[in-house]
Design a protein around this ligand. Structure first.
Ligand SMILES: Nc1ncnc2c1ncn2[C@@H]1O[C@H](COP(=O)(O)OP(=O)(O)O)[C@@H](O)[C@H]1O
Ligand SMILES: [Mg+2]
Length: 255
């Protein structure tokens, strides 16, 4: 679901967040030892927010991302996504909600080799049952939205790292999911390209997308409009953030 362009979308009602985590605990059983990966996490995210989830290795970021992305369920607590109680769903229901509501972006892009940009972006639309004509139109538009309209016939190995990540972002968004969930999306990119991807995220945010950015890099998190910090499975900080602009970030790195 898309919102109106920058500035004109209404602030959603405070009592109807897109994501509501309530007292989420995730315990992994390792032999007779318990690992408390998340320990009573409560947080709401409104439609149209751009949130960074930050923390050191082992703090629970991936566990939280897996729960938000409906790839895993909590040991205790409730997770509501778009008004639906995901924490109690079957694997089949979770798979369906995942396909409809979540666009994933990963550090390593996960594109199909020897497959054009356009075909890579069309993939989710095949599962969604679109006709070939619809697929072509929608995928081309999604590529144009990430600045790659003229690269639709290129294979991944004919693209730079930053361009590959743009294709992956177009693929994540082509179904118009409720949330873009990005796990260390700049982890495999150099600083300048990372900042370009952050500029694209800001643009997507301004167009009304809801973005959750998981990162261990403070500099990257500073591009988000809200920063949530995890430590030992608990939220230790959750504040709005005035984002650093791509230009400021470039200047700081003397790029
Ligand atoms: N499948 C698992 N089995 C056992 N322990 C796990 C598993 N996944 C994560 N953990 C543990 O849970 C804690 C949080 O891990 P994780 O969410 O991956 O942190 P992060 O992504 O912030 O590095 C760590 O102590 C990790 O060792
Ligand atoms: Mg992790």
């Amino acid at each position: 679901m898309m919102q109106d362009p920058a500035g004109s979308f209404e602030v959603p009602m405070a009592d109807s967040p897109l994501i509501q985590l309530t007292d989420i605990t995730k315990i992994y059983q390792m032999g007779d030892m318990e690992v408390r990966a998340l320990d009573g996490v409560s947080m709401g995210i409104q439609r149209g927010e751009y949130v960074a989830i930050m923390g050191p290795s082992g703090s629970g970021k991936s566990t939280m991302m897996n729960i938000i992305g409906c790839l895993d369920t909590p040991t205790a607590g409730s997770y509501e996504l778009n008004g639906k109680l995901a924490s109690a769903m079957s694997d089949d229901n979770l798979a369906q909600i995942r396909n409809e509501e979540i666009g994933f972006v990963f550090q390593t892009f996960n594109l199909l080799a020897r497959t054009t940009s356009l075909q890579n972006v069309e993939l989710p639309l095949i599962y969604a049952g679109k006709t070939p004509h619809q697929r072509h139109e929608m995928a081309q538009r999604a590529l144009e939205n990430v600045g790659l309209g003229t690269r639709s016939d290129h294979m991944p190995n004919q693209l730079s790292g930053g361009q590959r990540q743009r294709v992956a972002i177009a693929r994540a968004l082509v179904n118009e999911p409720s949330i873009l969930l990005a796990d260390e999306p700049t982890g495999a990119l150099d600083s300048k390209t990372s900042i370009e991807i952050m500029a694209l995220f800001e643009d997507l945010y301004q167009k009304g997308n809801t973005i959750i950015l998981v990162t261990h890099e403070e500099d990257i998190a500073r591009h988000a409009h809200r920063i949530v910090k995890l430590r030992d499975g608990k939220i230790i900080h959750d504040e709005p953030n005035i984002p650093i602009t791509p230009e400021e970030h470039m200047a700081r790195l003397s790029l």
